[in-house]
Ligand binder design. Structure first.
Ligand SMILES: *Cc1c(COP(=O)(O)O)cnc(C)c1O
Length: 360
């Protein structure tokens, strides 16, 4: 079976971990500082603050950006639960917007229609590695005086008109969970152009202290360890090559897949293909599931990201009218696109997809 996702760990990652273990300094230290410095080269030199997860990065990012109880943050419902959980954890209220059916990202016009006097921020997600329409969001943010924040957990190196994800929002949060385009085991990174916000993030992740036992604010322990940072640094060196490989794999799939809708690419953007997601038409989850079962029979793994919109999860339990989101959950299927696929595996995927689509 060709797996839907596959983290790549090499000898250099193992050696980096061993180096840290031998040093005896395991907690946040020089490896974390170096990782932050190196990551900042990919986000226009912005300040980078490492965290123990992407969820912590989002959560502390909201607090540092000034989100307070009662504030509303507009987010897409078609995303991973952490997108909305982090708003709630910061004391805010997520307001769920619908998606653009082409890019699968938060629809700027719908998001704008949800702005109220309580709206403090809009947080698009670069879903599957397709950057959200950040220039439109920047204009909306300016017009209404609301912050734009990026959930870049899936958006490493996705770009729009020459600017990478992370270079748009007041804060942007990346994840290094094992299935993301690069990993640190677990981990996250908050990116900001604002030195004050960066300082607040450094305080918040470390019990509110910059100088030991001189705690300035009430903080958390969401530090990244040097063990994780060492893995992240090695992976970061490979990220551009892996992204190119994902793009090449996607180009091959685009050129040869028939019978299902292949991913759209908005002009002026680059896609990092965290997921390669097709749509099985018909707005019918049973039809999509039959397609996936056939793929599995033919040796190809696939996944549904996400089967339930966040607003309808038991943790939120809301009834809302988000028609494009409701359609997408019945039609989306993510196929393998990871950089370790061989040409033979790509051919197997194409032939399985085309057979499965023809059998519907
Ligand atoms: C992975 C992910 C997160 C959370 O990141 P973790 O590192 O798993 O905490 C948040 N948002 C989105 C869209 C994600 O895909």
């Amino acid at each position: 079976m060709i797996p839907a996702a596959k983290p790549i760990i090499g000898d250099d990652e193992r050696e980096a971990v061993d180096r840290v273990l031998r040093s005896g300094m395991l907690a946040q230290g020089p490896e974390v500082a170096a990782f932050e410095e190196e990551f900042s080269r990919f986000v226009g030199g912005r300040h980078c603050v490492a965290m123990n997860s992407g969820t912590s990065a989002l959560h502390l990012g909201f607090i540092a950006a000034g989100i307070k109880p009662g504030d509303e943050v507009i987010v897409p419902s078609f995303s991973f639960a952490a997108t909305a959980n982090s708003v709630v954890l910061a004391g805010g209220t997520p307001v769920f917007g619908d998606i653009d059916p082409k890019t699968f990202n938060l629809d700027p016009a719908h998001a704008e229609s949800l702005i109220t006097s309580r709206t403090k921020a809009i947080m698009p997600v670069h879903l599957y590695g397709h950057i959200a329409d950040m220039e439109k969001f920047e204009a909306i943010g300016k017009k209404h005086g609301v912050q734009i924040i990026e959930d870049a957990a899936q958006g490493h190196l996705a770009s729009m008109n020459g600017r990478n994800s992370g270079e748009f929002g007041t804060v942007a949060s990346f994840s290094f969970y094992p299935t993301k385009n690069m990993t640190a085991g677990e981990g996250g990174m908050v990116v900001t152009a604002d030195a004050e916000i960066a300082r607040m993030l450094r305080l918040l992740r470390n019990q509110g202290q910059e100088i030991r036992y001189k705690n300035e604010v009430v903080g958390f322990n969401t530090r990244m360890t040097d063990i994780h940072a060492a893995i992240g640094r090695v992976q970061l060196k490979k990220l551009e090559g892996w992204t190119k490989q994902r793009q090449d794999n996607a180009a091959y799939l685009n050129a040869h897949i028939q019978g299902v809708e292949t991913p759209y690419l908005q002009p002026g953007t680059t896609h990092s293909y965290h997921q390669y997601t097709v749509r099985v038409s018909g707005n019918d989850a049973a039809r999509r599931d039959a397609f996936m079962a056939k793929l599995a029979d033919l040796g190809v793994g696939s996944g549904v990201y996400y089967p339930t919109p966040i607003h309808r999860l038991p943790s939120f339990g809301l009834t809302l009218d988000l028609p494009e989101t409701e359609k997408m959950i019945n039609e989306c299927v993510s196929l393998p696109v990871h950089p370790s696929l061989t040409q033979a595996e790509l051919e197997t995927i194409v032939s399985a997809v085309n057979q499965a689509a023809a059998s519907l």
